[in-house]
Each structure stands twice: as structure tokens, then as C-alpha cells.
Design a protein around this ligand. Structure first.
Ligand code: CP
Length: 331
């Protein structure tokens, strides 16, 4: 196995030369090489945040939100600003989209004004409809089934901490059917990582998403295994990923989910079964004392704040890559 290295541009900066997709709707839109290059660009942008501010000067992006957001909203807007662009954060209810206009018509019109469109919504099909109709890149800022922007930040945080992603083992604890788990699984597959998903019955990862990851892992490297036992899952893990029990679209299931997932809390007792080097992960927002304790979240093994911080440089690298590639293709 060779380790992917990044290509440098004439200016000595990392540049993405892999197969850049038109949109980012799910992690599997990125091939392994392109994913590494994006992380390299994000790392460079983290070091020199304003080094790319001329490239897209005068551009604009629209960020449509149908659900609440702190990290995604602010990181995308700040990333656009650092690239010389204006970002418009658009609440769906303030748009005609919230009053009957179709996602496709909205995307078609907004493509006339913007350089990229990001959308946070419920049904993943809405993201796909917008991407089909848009003539500018569309970024999935979270749907019920995928959260690719989060996974980019997760990978960068792990790579910074461990120096490599190759061969790392991560235990994902809790809702194996969540958008965070789905995207992180695909990210592991593209990075030759090993993922152990510990989920109770009824919270298993979708077989199709699992199958896609296994197919890539079969020839690229890495593995995914499933268990219902969180203690077994963390036994050889270098990172333990906790996930919120009641996500934004599941509030009506609160009592049932809290009961089903009660044994899947990431606390010091669970981490005691992991190797000493193991770090704790969470995509935030967290419900302290529910899926993760404050001791872990704020403790010395927490990678959580680095994951959150890395939302900005990874958003910057993603927007820069998608928009500059789209401009080249339409020039
Ligand atoms: N992790 C994440 O997407 O956070 P927000 O919901 O605050 O955007």
C-alpha cells in the first residue's frame, strides 16, 4: 500500500488534482486521492487562512438552512469570507422555498446569482433535486442520511492527532444508522481505516451504505465490523466516536431512543476499556450526560474541540476546490 501524497501547484501550495466532483452530496462523491488532497489543502489553509482570499474575490454563496445549525452555518460563511466571497445564510421559511417553490426551481434561479449553494434539509432527495437543477456546485450541509462536511473535519482532526489515517481503528458508539455514522463510515473506507460500529438492535447501519463501504475497503484497504457491545467495540480503538441519541428529526422518538441507547454512553468507564492512547470524538452539539459525559468532553482525551475547529479549514478547502473546478470546466 502506498500513502497518497499531495500535488503542489506552481506556487508550492497543495492543489487538488484528483477527480473533483461537481457537487458534494456524500463522502463517496470523493475518491480516496481527492479526499487526501482536500485534507492537505485544508491543513494549508489552516496555517494561512487568508492565503487564498484573492482566488474567488467578488463571488457569493448561498447557505439554505431548514434545520438549526451553529458549526456548519458559521464555518461555511467564514470560509466563504476567507476566500473573498460573500455568504448569504438563508432560512428556508424566509424564502419561497418554504412556501411552495420547488427545490429544483430554487436551485436553478440561485445558480444565476451564486458560485455555490449549500443546503441543510431533512430528506436527502431534496439535496439531490437541487444538485440536479443547479448549474453551480451544491454542498450537502446535512441531510437525514449524510453529513459529509462533518466527516472532512473528523478526518483532519484524526490525521493531525495521529499523523496518519492509514490503519487507524475507530469505534462508533450509538446510532449506527445516523447521518454522522453513514458519512464517517464512507470516510473511513476512503482512508483505509477500520471502523467498529456498536449499535443496539434497530439502530443498524443501512445495508446499502455498509455494502458500498465494504466494496471500497475490499480493494482499497480498511474494514468495518458490527457489534451490539460497546465494550467490545472500544477494545482496540484509537478513537471512540459518540453520537447524539436524539437528532433534529427524531424528537418524537426521544423517550424510546433514550431507553434503547442508554448502554451506549461514552464515559470514563467505557474509555477505561480502550487503549490508553484512545481519544474521544463527537460532532456536536452534545447532550452532556446523555451520549457523552462532561468529564470525557472536557477531559484530556477529547478530540471534540479540534473536530469542531476543523470545520472551518475543511469548508474553506471544499468551497475553493468545487468552485475553482466548476469555473474551469465552464470557461
Ligand atoms: N456538527 C454540526 O453539524 O453542527 P451544527 O448542527 O451546529 O451545524
Amino acid at each position: 500500500m502506498t500513502t497518497q501524497t499531495s500535488t503542489l501547484s506552481e506556487t508550492g501550495r497543495p492543489t487538488v488534482t484528483g477527480k473533483v466532483p461537481g457537487d458534494l452530496l456524500r463522502v463517496s462523491d470523493l475518491d480516496p486521492r481527492t479526499l487526501v488532497e482536500l485534507l492537505d489543502l485544508a491543513a494549508a489553509m489552516k496555517q494561512e487562512p487568508l492565503g487564498w482570499e484573492r482566488d474567488l474575490r467578488g463571488g457569493a454563496i448561498g447557505c439554505v438552512f431548514e434545520k438549526p445549525s451553529t458549526r456548519t452555518r458559521v464555518s461555511l460563511a467564514t470560509a466563504a469570507h476567507r476566500l473573498g466571497m460573500k455568504a448569504m445564510v438563508l432560512n428556508k421559511e424566509d424564502m419561497q422555498l418554504g412556501h411552495g417553490e420547488t427545490p429544483a426551481d430554487t436551485a436553478r434561479v440561485l445558480s444565476s446569482y451564486l458560485d455555490a449553494l449549500t443546503i441543510r434539509t431533512f430528506d436527502h432527495a431534496i439535496v439531490e433535486q437541487m444538485a440536479d437543477a443547479a448549474t453551480v456546485p451544491v454542498v450537502n450541509a446535512l441531510s437525514n442520511t449524510h453529513h459529509p462536511c462533518q466527516s472532512l473535519a473528523d478526518l483532519l482532526a484524526l490525521r493531525e492527532h495521529f499523523g496518519t489515517l492509514d490503519g487507524l481503528t475507530v469505534a462508533f458508539i450509538g446510532d449506527g444508522a445516523s447521518n454522522t455514522c453513514n458519512s464517517f463510515l464512507a470516510a473511513c473506507a476512503a482512508s483505509r481505516m477500520h471502523l467498529v460500529i456498536a449499535a443496539p438492535p434497530g439502530y443498524e447501519t443501512d445495508p446499502e451504505i455498509l455494502g458500498e463501504a465494504r466494496e471500497l475497503m475490499a480493494h482499497h484497504g480498511g474494514s468495518v465490523s458490527l457489534t451490539t457491545d460497546p465494550v467490545e467495540a472500544v477494545g482496540s480503538a484509537q478513537a471512540v466516536y459518540a453520537e447524539v441519541w436524539v437528532s433534529m428529526d427524531k424528537h418524537h422518538e426521544r423517550a424510546e431512543r433514550a431507553r434503547d441507547l442508554a448502554a451506549y454512553r461514552v464515559d470514563d468507564a467505557l474509555l477505561a476499556h480502550a487503549p490508553g492512547e484512545a481519544v474521544a470524538m463527537h460532532c456536536l452539539p452534545a447532550v452532556r450526560g446523555e451520549e457523552i459525559t462532561s468529564e470525557v468532553l472536557d477531559g484530556p482525551r477529547s478530540l471534540v474541540w479540534r473536530q469542531a475547529a476543523n470545520r472551518l479549514p475543511t469548508a474553506q478547502a471544499l468551497l475553493h476546490t468545487l468552485i475553482t473546478t466548476a469555473r474551469r470546466r465552464t470557461a
